[in-house]
Design a protein around this ligand. Structure first.
Ligand code: ZN
Length: 439
């Protein structure tokens, strides 16, 4: 059975030494990729290289030549705390995360109550220190109670540790509020992250608008539902300044818009979820409501554009949009079931596919789940360097296994990847110097 530990519930002994020897150490940020060893003392990386100094009396972990990289950072998860802890909570969500090699997550604020006040945000942070197996950060809401009517107190939320602002789950439809949010982003130096969806164009659609929605006789969500909001946001960004982050891009049109914005020098970044570059709406025919998420799985043309965006670097990061739901929320007709799938335990192997397919080098892939992700949210992590907090993952690239949702540590099992044969997995995960997960 895998072993779990909490990183912060008990303080780590500051003199505790662990020597990870016989590792292939990869730091995507610096490009370091060498066989060697790494020493942690307390919660920090003390040294790494072919041979380290100061390792006497250290506990020794033989890495067997496997990849030792910065712990993965997933900048979009829904851990359902507070309010829907029957679907997930900080403990189960973070167990699931560290089992997937993730050492830091960013929670979305569409909880109940929403993360629109300092009080609720403080409670999340302190609860996470007691109960979570990984680092937990969060976006705060753009608008009060995500109603899209009035801005939340963005400076206070930033001061309380919010990594940025979003009403994820709902778009900010009011362009004036978006302008005000960009003004705050410009002044505070954090991103406004958008779930880009024009609700009028979505028109209560439930899956991608295309052949599959026609075949099933359900309402579709057109590509323009995403792209018109992205085009609008980028126009406001250009006029006002600030930083824009597009959550879970799904369409080629939205990606093109980001590409143009980047070429103009605007501060725009974008993430993609593994399901959007792995699957198309055809999967709905096989997995039903477990392939229903928002934005929806799109066409093969879109999927290929996302792959190209990963290859050419327009896509900065990979994030899961981990969205656990209980069985009752999914055992419904397609039009009525809730949107979303679990993702933190399958992000790494699904992404490693891109390396096998020759789309990305291992370094470039890891960058999208470590240093690039950290940069978007101004997080002090995502790299291996002396003095940095020891957040690490040991990856067995050759381990072949079959995804079985019944084995997930998440409270929820809603995944379209059940039965998928994959390669590569996290075998040890280290947060702040402690081995929080090992198999
Ligand atoms: Zn979303």
């Amino acid at each position: 059975m895998p072993k779990f530990q909490l990183p912060y519930a008990q303080p780590i002994d500051p003199s505790k030494k662990i020597l990870y020897k016989n590792a292939r150490i990869i730091d995507p940020k610096s490009g370091f990729d060498q066989a060697g060893e790494l020493l942690t003392i307390g919660d920090k990386i003390a040294d790494f290289g072919q041979k380290v100094s100061g390792s006497e009396n250290a506990e020794v972990i033989d890495c067997g030549g496997k990849v030792l990289a910065p712990g993965l950072i997933d900048i979009q998860v829904h851990f359902r705390y507070p309010g829907q802890t029957h679907k997930e909570d900080l403990e189960s969500g973070s167990k699931s995360a560290v089992a997937g090699g993730i050492t830091t997550v960013v929670c979305q604020p569409n909880t109940n109550p929403t993360l629109d006040s300092v009080e609720v945000l403080n409670d999340l942070h302190s609860k996470a220190l007691e109960a979570a197996h990984c680092n937990v950060r969060a976006y705060a809401c753009v608008t009060k109670n995500m109603k899209g009517e009035e801005l939340a107190d963005l400076p206070a939320l930033k001061a309380a540790g919010a990594v940025g602002f979003t009403d994820d789950g709902l778009p900010v439809m009011n362009a004036h509020l978006m302008r005000r949010a960009f003004e705050a982003s410009r002044d505070l130096g954090v991103v406004v992250a958008q779930h880009a969806e024009d609700l009028n164009l979505t028109n209560k659609g439930c899956i991608n608008e295309g052949e599959v929605s026609k075949q099933l006789g359900v309402r579709g969500i057109p590509n323009i539902s995403e792209s018109v909001i992205v085009e609008r946001d980028l126009a406001i960004l250009e006029a006002i300044g600030g930083k824009y982050h597009l959550l879970h891009v799904s369409t080629r049109e939205a990606l093109e818009a980001i590409k143009r914005a980047k070429a103009k020098g605007l501060k725009a970044t974008v993430e993609v979820s593994p399901h959007h570059f792995t699957l198309t709406d055809q999967q709905v025919l096989k997995s039903g409501t477990n392939a229903k998420m928002n934005p929806p799985l799109r066409s093969e043309l879109d999927r290929l554009a996302l792959i190209e965006g990963l290859r050419d670097g327009v896509i900065d990061a990979i994030a899961t949009d981990h969205a656990p739901h209980d069985i009752a929320s999914k055992e419904k007709p397609l039009a009525e079931a809730t949107f979303g799938i679990v993702g933190v335990e399958t992000m790494l192997p699904l992404s490693l596919n891109l390396v096998d397919q020759g789309v990305l080098s291992l370094r470039d892939l890891l960058a999208k789940m470590t240093c690039n992700a950290a940069e978007i949210i101004n997080f002090d992590g995502g790299e291996i360097k002396v003095g940095a907090r020891a957040d690490l993952v040991l990856i067995d690239l050759d381990s072949e296994w079959e995804i079985d949702s019944s084995n997930f540590f998440s409270k929820s099992k809603n995944s379209p990847f059940d039965g998928f044969k994959v390669k590569g997995r996290a075998i040890k995960t280290v947060v702040a110097g402690k081995v929080v997960y090992e198999i």
